[in-house]
Design a protein around this ligand. Sequence first.
Ligand SMILES: [Zn+2]
Length: 322
Amino acid sequence: MKNLRGKISAKRNYLSIMYIPHNKGGVKTIRINHYRTTLLTTFAFMLVALLMLTGYTLSVVKQNKDMIVQHTNELNAIMSEKEQLQAVIAKQTKELADNAEIITTMNSIKTISEEAIDNYKEQYENMIVAYIDSDIKDIGTVSRGDKKPASFKEDVAELRSLISLVESAKLSADDVTSKIAQKEEQLNNYLDALPTYWPVNSRTTFSGFGMRFHPIYKRYIMHDGLDMAGSTGDPVYASGEGKVTFAGWNGGFGNVIIVDHGNGFKTYYAHLSKILVKEGQWVSKAQKIGLVGSTGLSTSSHLHFEVRLNDKPTDPLYYIEP
Ligand SMILES: [Zn+2]
């Protein structure tokens, strides 16, 4: 038994492959040793494993390639979006810069306007104070060659240019504009009140302010106003806006109108043939208030016109503009 078992056991260590042909011929048997079988099987397994691994690797590589392509596409899309965003940001930045520029310009215009208004007010006040507080005697008796007339008219011209600057600074209907408009109106009111308007149509004058030989008294006496040519019935205009404080007969003046313009200024219109306004009435600059005549102490039709500062007569040519 021991020997038989050993023989069977020994036989199992072989693998037999039989070749049986269909035609005549002998059956061939290939007997393979057990160890070789194990080796072959192992080799086959390894081969299959290698093939599988290669296949898997190739599949992973392909997947990676696909992913790379996909990611590249996504990245390109993101880059494109980024470029678009950058373009939008650049555009917005430029718009902001433009807006900032506009705001700066508006602010500078606003500053200029406000400065102009301040300058105007200050200058107007200084001017009025200077004319009223300066030696009234001097103003009343200076000759026409004095520098004061030019200075006053230069001041007025400057005030007008300031008003036009303020006007040019008007923007839209916002707070700034309404503020400027209010100030402008106020400033125009100041200017309207100044006696600057020539009171008759004629520009001919024949007897100036100052000492002169009086045609009736036949001696040298002070002439407190300016005589202007005009025929009876010609219109007489208010030299500035103001309130009529007298309208009636007054001795040598004949029919006379006195207008108070405020700030110490009063104007006199004498020898009128007719008075067209009443005491207490407000008149505007250039308003027709009476007619030229020869009433009172007068030898012929003309307008005797006076400008008084704090009730002192001054040369009207300081103020009125031809
Ligand atoms: Zn006169």
